[in-house]
Design a protein around this ligand. Structure first.
Ligand code: SF4
Ligand code: SF4
Length: 310
């Protein structure tokens, strides 16, 4: 069984992932960001103002906005409208329940007006499983939110407004086949609730922060690592998302991916902050900072923010 994660090298980036704040209207058990309604950390307006410039300078194709609930950042909407003249994909990592918080009622229409891709967590099509992981009442709200998005034209075809769902296992196991699960989700959500969506992304749970703590409490952390290592698939190394992505935290610090961001693991030779990236020119050919948690990205069919890798 492999024990040390192989060395991998950065490539020219095409995706900028920004975590604009940790505040969230939920506090899910598996959350690798430890988000909750009590978190106050948020990206400053000065850092946000650099984002359009970085997009131009490095010819970024995708801006992936995450949190917390990123929509709770006061500048979320201004940032999106300021990018309307750029030919890029903008992804909102949306928890769906935010649509029902006071002051966010018009959020779905805003997202549709700005052609924002909505990528939303729905860890199961069964109510009990969703509520075990994400809290009481979350399933019904998520279903209602998906219906609202469908009504606005989301999730109908690949040429229209894009609505993607994210699945991650409730238990410490690898996700099932993305293709088969997507077919199940599509059939069941349509038959039971008349809901359509574009893609289902299966994601392997990352054993860091709150999720690692909960595995530790249940004495399952070492067996989960064993599972990830036993299922190491070297074919996934080529497509790891960290190769072409940089991930920026609310303070403007740069990491290879959102997971490294959450454990504060930075590569020595890479740019340290968004200001570095703006003021100097970087070649993305340095090593990615890897550690044991990276085995979650290479196990089985692989895992990334956009689903499986192989
Ligand atoms: S909705 Fe997302 S960001 Fe918020 S607590 Fe749950 S997993 Fe974390
Ligand atoms: S956690 Fe995954 S995406 Fe992040 S550096 Fe490790 S292998 Fe790459």
């Amino acid at each position: 069984m492999i024990d040390k994660f192989p060395s991998i090298c950065k490539e020219p980036i095409d995706t900028l992932q920004i975590n604009i704040g940790y505040k969230c209207n939920q506090a899910c058990r598996h959350c690798h960001v430890n988000s909750s309604p009590l978190r106050t950390e948020k990206m400053s307006n000065e850092i946000i103002s650099l984002i359009p410039k970085i997009i131009d300078k490095y010819k970024i194709k995708t801006l992936d906005i995450t949190g917390g609930a990123p929509e709770m950042h006061p500048e979320f909407r201004n940032l999106i409208t300021s990018l309307s003249n750029k030919n890029i994909d903008i992804i909102d990592r949306c928890n769906l329940t935010i649509f029902f918080e006071k002051g966010y009622e018009d959020l779905p229409q805003f997202l549709a007006n700005n052609n924002v891709i909505v990528t939303a967590s729905l860890p199961c099509y069964e109510k009990n499983n969703v509520e075990e992981q994400r809290g009481f009442g979350v399933f019904d709200k998520s279903i209602n939110a998906l219906k609202i998005l469908n009504k606005l034209g989301y999730g109908k075809s690949k040429n229209e407004l894009q609505l993607n769902l994210v699945y991650n296992p409730v238990n410490p196991v690898l996700p099932p086949s993305q293709e088969i699960l997507q077919a199940d989700y599509k059939r069941i959500l349509f038959e039971k609730y008349d809901i359509s969506f574009n893609n289902l992304y299966t994601i392997t749970n990352m054993p860091i922060n709150r999720y690692a703590d909960s595995l530790k409490r249940e004495d399952k952390l070492s067996s989960y690592y064993k599972l990830l290592k036993e299922n190491f698939n070297k074919n996934n190394l080529e497509n790891l998302m960290c190769k072409k992505t940089i991930s920026v935290n609310w303070q403007g610090q740069i990491y290879d991916c959102d997971f490294n961001q959450q454990i504060n693991l930075q590569e020595n030779k890479g740019p340290k902050t968004l200001f570095d990236l703006m003021n100097k020119s970087f070649k993305f050919n340095y090593r990615v900072a890897v550690k044991e948690h990276c085995f979650a990205c290479t196990a089985g069919a692989g895992s990334s923010c956009g689903g499986t890798l192989s």
